[in-house]
Design a protein around this ligand. Structure first.
Ligand code: ADP
Ligand code: MG
Length: 916
């Protein structure tokens, strides 16, 4: 093992994807990299070397080697990029003077590797590294004809300033993250990921390693599906023990296959997987699907094996699905890849699916096929060692064959990345998810109020809500909403028209629709008249339209046509109960024809209430009509679609950064406190809490700590009004419960009495906090708690009974946008009190929004914050702000691992834009 130099930032070692989809290794440079650098120079053209060093050289001399490789990883830093254990690129920055806010940057990339974005990636990592170390700008000297370098700077989205002097450009740009750098990084992430997955979805040729002659085995069934699916390229069975598999010549090893192999399915026992994958690497295979089980899902040795497997695929730029999965499908006629071992061949369609459970994946394909849901591609992700659900989302984002994305999830790898990606994709394609399992937020002993409010599944709900993902409770609901979204346009509003041949189901439909906040509004008299002219006198035409049981095909056709074309509804539901078997086919055909005639104008849903299922004309996939057996199902699906459409119409929020916050001061307080408290941390003291909150622009009342009654009197003497006394004691968590709070105290005598009272409330009293009394206003709670998977959650509610008794609170996953803050407040029903409900006193809502965003900013900058409970915050009248009168903050060593993804925090803005 190599000994790492002092201060080596090993957490920055990572694998990165390049534009062409290949994987390379990125790490901070080591003193032993001298030879590697010389090797790199030897592979650069004279011109490239000249561009880099401003002179032609073949080797670095020893002084130069030392200068380039021995760094302090603070003022001087370099990353190298390796492919196949050889250095193919290097980027460094050098801050010539400690403390200087500008550093010089330089890059070198091997000629054969240029154009893949290595320079841009290096720049991303250098800026991300330099930024928190106080480097605010980079400077580079670039020869005027070095267009490649200029492109790198521009491609990374930096706003550069350049000056040309004697053939050399001096380029300077801020290291600050901006909208442009984020956009550039996101675009890269998407393109590189999609490119890397293409060999999995569009292989020219396939090897099945472990192809079995036994038709009942997994390997046998997989072979059968690939062949009967009529894959467009060659399929090679690999089996060292068989000469022939399914009348095809079998190969002893993948290395013996006669053409290139792009994609390999691996169906061998776990212990053979790594050697097989190594052979695939040698063969040049680009994508691997490991079906074999016996990896991380078994724990222990399996986890070790999976780690090793991942290392092998990363080292060779292979993308891997699985292990422990059931395969993948791409129905595009250009490949016809049916690479799964289930019994059902999925039909072609516009829905992409990923399933974390293999067995359920098979059931999902089966059910989807029955329900006429066509698949564009399907991936059973298994253990997600390499290819993750997030990667697939990025692939499907621009996949022209995919309009709707379905996810069956059991866990999240990187929820923050999921939120960011899903939020963007959701603007164009709906994502529908079922999340099984439960998170354990709140299952832990809750040591603060906020902690106890977080219920089991709250983080997942918050995540989906924030990112516009449609969450369904069950698989059948997943399909109900998918058939609607995959086949019909999005509703433009909440008004629904119902056409039925029976009153009962129409009333059930109205109830169900209303329970999803949809409106079955009475039709205008004009529309009623037109309908009346089509129907028998007993029919009801106000909406729902009850055509009564005698309604025939022509009535259905005409009524649907009339309601569909009216501008009084945003969606139409046609209900049909086949009262007698005669004529049912004709009516079904009429419904289908009427809906097709107006296809795409507004969503149309059919309810065909019969245990026999709908007749062919209605149920056929090419009719593109979602058909439900019960009105409740149709109503719920439509409810989801309307909510989603509304989410999409909303403007996207942005994360607000404040320029009046004092990050260094807050950081110093936390650092000091951690020294005192140790790694496991603990609750902050009164002064620390005050320091931290005031650094983030959150106001606290004037206060002082008194250990004697005299001191209390002296402190209170400085207040313009009355005082509040509160016991300070380790045991007093809820101070007022034990009589440790006395409010509205004035006069020396009262103060002394109050001091005596609060300090005798508990045996371990250390003194009293003497605070200014804040009269009037509303009390709200703002808090932070941690979810083990999702990280910090931010909570808001109104103080006192509303939170405790009714649980009227809103949760969001940190970080929150300006719009999240607005929504959190309106989601809490008791917030109407802040608006001055029924002539009551109004509160400063803008200040509450700001406070939520400031708390989010605090959590962002200080990952040491474990829990926070601002309870209560007193909200004064409009324009008069708020005051945090009680606060508890717990810290511990920062938990957040540095994520190897672009830093997507937006730039600081000088005046935070607040929504009105
Ligand atoms: P605890 O939550 O530990 O019982 P608090 O400091 O929150 O103690 O005080 C209890 C209640 O007293 C608060 O919920 C609030 O209603 C009121 N209160 C506390 N401090 C002040 C203050 N400075 N001005 C006005 N009211 C206060
Ligand atoms: Mg309190």
């Amino acid at each position: 093992m190599r000994v790492l130099p002092e201060g080596y930032p090993a957490e920055w070692v990572t694998d990165i994807l390049l534009k062409d989809g290949s994987t390379v290794h990125l790490r901070p440079i080591l003193p032993s990299d001298g030879e590697g650098l010389n090797d790199l120079i030897s592979r650069m053209s004279r011109e490239s070397v000249y561009h880099r060093f401003f002179r032609v050289k073949k080797r670095l001399d020893p002084d130069e080697v030392e200068y380039f490789t021995v760094l302090d990883y603070a003022d001087r830093m370099a990353f190298v990029v390796e492919r196949d254990a050889r250095i193919v690129g290097v980027g460094r920055y050098d801050r010539q003077k400690t403390g200087s806010d500008t550093a010089e940057v330089a890059f070198a990339v091997a000629d054969a590797e240029q154009g893949r974005g290595i320079g841009t990636r290096l720049l991303d990592y250098l800026t991300a590294y330099a930024r928190p170390r106080g480097v605010t700008a980079f400077r580079a000297y670039v020869l005027a004809d070095n267009h490649a370098m200029i492109r790198v700077f521009r491609g990374a989205g930096f706003r550069m300033r350049r000056e040309l002097e004697e053939g050399v450009y001096t380029v300077e740009f801020p290291t600050e993250v901006s909208v442009e750098t984020i956009a550039a990084a996101e675009e890269h992430e998407k393109r590189a990921t999609a490119a890397s997955l293409t060999p999995l979805f569009y292989p020219y040729s396939i090897a099945v390693i472990g192809a079995s002659r036994d038709p009942a085995s997994i390997g046998g069934r997989l072979m059968a599906n690939l062949l009967s699916g009529d894959f467009t390229g060659p399929v090679y069975p690999v089996n060292p023990k068989a000469e022939v598999v399914r009348s095809m010549l079998a190969y002893k090893s993948v290395l013996d296959c006669p053409t290139v192999v792009d994609l390999a399915f691996v169906v061998v026992p776990a212990r053979h997987v790594i050697p097989v994958v190594e052979q695939c690497a040698e063969k040049g295979v680009k994508g691997i699907v490991v079906i074999s089980a016996g990896f991380a899902e078994t724990g222990g040795d399996g986890t070790v094996l999976e780690d090793r497997l991942l290392e092998v695929v990363r080292e060779h730029s292979i993308r891997m699905v699985g292990p422990n999965c059931m395969g993948l499908v791409n129905t595009d006629p250009a490949v016809r890849l049916d690479g799964q071992f289930g019994p059902v061949r999925p039909a072609r369609g516009n829905v992409a699916m990923s399933s974390q459970s293999g067995a359920l994946g098979i059931a999902i394909l089966d059910y989807a096929t029955k329900l006429n849901i066509g698949i564009s591609s399907f991936v059973s992700v298994g253990n997600k060692a390499d290819v993750s659900g997030n990667d697939l989302l990025l692939y499907w984002e621009d996949d022209p064959a995919t309009d709707v994305i379905l996810l069956y999830l059991e866990s999240f790898g990187n929820p923050r990345r999921f939120a960011r990606i899903a939020r963007r994709i959701g603007q164009r394609k709906p994502i529908v998810a079922v999340k099984s399992g439960r998170t354990s937020a709140g299952a832990r002993a809750a040591s603060s109020h906020t902690g106890s409010l977080a219920s089991l599944d709250i983080a997942v709900d918050a995540l989906f809500h924030q990112s516009g993902v449609i969450r369904t409770a069950t698989l059948s609901q997943l399909f109900d909403v998918t058939t609607l979204l995959a086949n019909q346009p999005l509703p433009l509003g909440r008004r629904v028209g119902i056409v039925s041949n029976a009153g009962g189901p129409a009333i059930l439909a109205v109830d169900a629709l209303e329970s999803h906040s949809l409106a079955v509004v009475e039709f205008s008299s004009g529309l009623q008249e037109r309908l009346r002219s089509l129907l028998s006198p007993q029919a009801a035409v106000r909406n729902p339209v009850d055509m009564i049981a005698s309604a025939g095909p022509e009535q259905y056709r005409a009524c649907i046509e009339t309601v569909m074309t009216s501008d009084e509804v945003d969606a139409v539901m046609a209900i049909f109960i086949p009262a007698s078997p005669e004529g049912a086919e004709e009516i079904a055909a009429a419904i289908a024809a009427a809906a097709s005639a107006r296809y795409g104008e507004k969503p149309f849903l059919a309810v065909y209430m019969s245990s026999q299922g709908a007749p062919r004309d209605l149920a056929a996939s090419d009719s593109r009509i979602p058909v439900y057996p019960f009105p409740e199902q149709a109503a719920r699906a439509l409810g989801h679609a309307v909510d989603y459409a509304e989410w999409r119409r909303r403007p996207v929020g942005s994360i607000v950064r404040f320029d009046d916050i004092d990050v260094p001061r807050a950081g110093a307080i936390v650092k000091q406190a951690l020294l005192r408290l140790g790694e496991d941390g603990g609750w902050l003291g009164t002064d620390e809490v005050e320091g931290l909150l005031s650094s983030y622009g959150l106001r606290l009342p004037e206060s002082g700590v008194a250990s004697t009654a005299d001191e209390a009197v002296a402190i209170a003497a400085g207040f313009p009004g009355a005082a509040v006394l509160k016991v300070i004691a380790p045991s007093a968590v809820h101070k007022s419960d034990v009589g440790g709070v006395v409010l509205d105290v004035s006069g020396e005598e009262e103060l002394r009495r109050a001091f005596a009272q609060v300090t005798s409330a508990v045996p371990d009293a250390e003194g009293a906090l003497v605070q200014e009394f804040v009269a009037g206003g509303h009390e709200v709670l703002i808090g932070v708690t941690q979810d083990p998977t999702f990280g910090p959650l931010i909570v808001f509610g109104l103080g006192g009974v509303f939170v405790e008794l009714i649980g009227d609170v809103a949760f969001r996953i940190h970080p929150i946008t300006d719009l999240d803050a607005v929504e959190m407040i309106s989601e809490v029903k008791s917030s109407r009190l802040l608006e001055g409900y029924r002539g009551g006193e109004a509160g400063d809502l803008d200040a509450v929004r700001q406070a939520l965003l400031r708390v989010s900013a605090l959590v962002e900058d200080l990952p040491e914050i474990a829990e926070m409970d601002l309870n209560p915050v007193k909200v004064s009248g409009p324009g008069r702000g708020l005051t945090v009168v009680d606060a508890r903050i717990r810290i511990r060593e920062a938990q957040r691992a540095w994520l190897p993804e672009p830093d997507l925090r937006p730039a600081r803005v000088s005046s935070p834009r607040m929504p009105q």
